[in-house]
Design a protein. Structure first.
Length: 92
């Protein structure tokens, strides 16, 4: 039997108090971990936001360059056909 504040107890009060203090300590740790995870999450969100912006920019650039390449090939084909025509006309 334990005595607390000159009042006899069966020990359960001390056990409860001890468990309560453990829970408070654990809760503080979990709150700290939660804050840390939220901070890391925000940092990762920013990294992915920047990556998405860069990816979209590269996709636009790729689409533009693909269109320019198609124009180039069309122009090359037209010039090649014109050269063939001119060679035929020169031979006549």
């Amino acid at each position: 039997m334990y005595v607390r504040n000159n009042v006899p107890t069966d020990g359960r009060t001390e056990e409860r108090q001890s468990r309560y203090e453990e829970l408070l300590s654990e809760n503080a740790y979990l709150r700290q971990e939660n804050k840390k995870l939220h901070s890391e999450n925000e940092q990762l969100r920013e990294v992915f936001r920047i990556a998405r912006v860069e990816f979209e920019k590269k996709n636009r650039e790729k689409a533009f360059l693909s269109a320019e390449l198609e124009k180039f090939y069309a122009k090359k084909k037209a010039l090649t056909e014109e050269n063939v025509e001119l060679k035929v006309r020169l031979e006549i």
